[in-house]
Design a protein around this ligand. Structure first.
Ligand code: 13P
Length: 235
């Protein structure tokens, strides 16, 4: 199966910088992977040749919610994915809100890219399994997938994001096996499991693993050299 590669541009690129990146990406062959680009809302049009994802969304369809963008509206604009629960945002939202966003995405024919991951402190206190279970189950509370619906779940240890630290292949494998078990128990079968957190060209060959359905990139996704190399490795 083709690997899924999700590029989270965060707030890294201005419009002009996005155009420069897109021009360089034109030289990369993405044929044998499934690429999803999550630019800032202002840069969607620059990357319209690719499958697009939002970096965030809101669960109400319409209303007086200044500054928010609804799943309803994203779907009308043919945006098929949205990140939800990213650690950059978890500090501003509750598990209940994340759950509402997951449900709204599914209701609006979109695929949630649900991010979960432990902090450095969770890891030091050896409560990673408990934290992941809580984040996963609270986000999926009351979620029943029909045959046409899919989830993407990205395991991103917070301490690995943007730090250059990353897990070993074995640690990724163990955690993803654990997540598969948790999903099985909830009878959720239609999903892809990704790994994210400082994935780059110097470590991709060490963490490549059949158990991983794909990768969620941050910094490496705005560097065409990194992107080209990673794409070649995961084909
Ligand atoms: P980095 O690849 O920069 O560590 O970011 C990962 C991430 O947060 C993707 O969502």
């Amino acid at each position: 199966m083709k690997k899924l590669l999700i590029c989270n541009h965060k707030m890294f690129l201005t419009y002009d910088e996005a155009i420069i990146l897109k021009n360089k990406m034109n030289d990369i062959n993405f044929d044998d992977i499934n690429l999803v680009v999550c630019p800032s809302y202002l840069n969607f049009d620059v990357f319209k040749d690719y499958t697009l994802g939002a970096q965030n969304c809101f669960y109400e369809d319409k209303g007086a919610y200044t500054g928010e963008i609804s799943c309803y509206d994203l779907n009308l604009r043919k945006i098929k994915y949205s990140i939800v629960g990213h650690s950059d945002r978890r500090k501003y939202e509750t598990n209940e809100e994340i759950n509402l966003k997951v449900k709204s995405l599914l209701k609006n024919s979109m695929t949630p890219i649900l991010c979960i991951g432990e902090t450095k402190m969770d890891k030091e206190l050896r409560r990673t399994s408990e934290v992941l279970k809580k984040q996963l189950y609270s986000a999926l509370d009351g979620v029943v997938l029909d045959k046409s619906q899919e989830l993407v779940i990205a395991y991103e240890p917070v301490w690995a994001i943007g730090t250059g630290n990353n897990l070993s292949k074995e640690q990724i494998e163990d955690t993803l096996m654990y997540l598969r078990k948790l999903l099985d128990l909830k009878e959720i079968h239609n999903y892809k499991l990704l790994y994210g957190g400082s994935v780059n060209k110097s470590n991709i060959n060490f963490i490549l693993n059949d158990i991983v359905d794909g990768y969620l990139l941050g910094n490496a996704s705005i560097n065409d050299d990194e992107l080209k190399y990673i794409t070649k490795c995961i084909k």
